[in-house]
Write a new protein. Structure first.
Length: 128
């Protein structure tokens, strides 16, 4: 079960302090992953909507998880890849883009970007 408490990265500024939640770091990571060609969506995979509605929200796994340890972030993303994408090459680009985006926007050091390939998004005739 996912812990619903939110971690904050605290930074002292000249006029006060700055706190950045792990939720914000996760949203930055999600957007950075979606910028890479070959990533169809950030998702734990296609789920049956009726089954999903029956489950409690707390038992549904989030597609982005951020864990703060000693001031550094460990980020795990669940991705749906586009069919035909070269997964290792795309994964390397995603890891680099996520790390750079989070570090540049928040000044939080990213120690790891873990990727879970949850499935493939098939292209339709209209997309070809």
């Amino acid at each position: 079960m996912e812990d619903n408490t939110m971690d904050f990265q605290n930074t002292d500024l000249q006029g006060g302090s700055l706190q950045i939640s792990t939720e914000v770091i996760g949203k930055i990571a999600r957007c950075a992953a979606l910028e890479i060609d070959g990533v169809a969506e950030v998702s734990c995979g296609r789920q049956n909507k009726k089954l999903k509605d029956l489950l409690e929200a707390s038992s549904i796994q989030s597609p982005v998880m951020v864990e703060m340890r000693d001031g550094t972030a460990n980020i795990t993303l669940n991705l749906m890849m586009s069919f035909g994408a070269r997964i290792p090459a795309v994964a390397e680009k995603v890891q680099e883009n996520v790390k750079n985006a989070v570090q540049n926007m928040t000044n939080v050091t990213v120690s790891r970007v873990n990727l879970v390939i949850a499935g493939l998004a098939e292209t339709t005739a209209a997309e070809q």
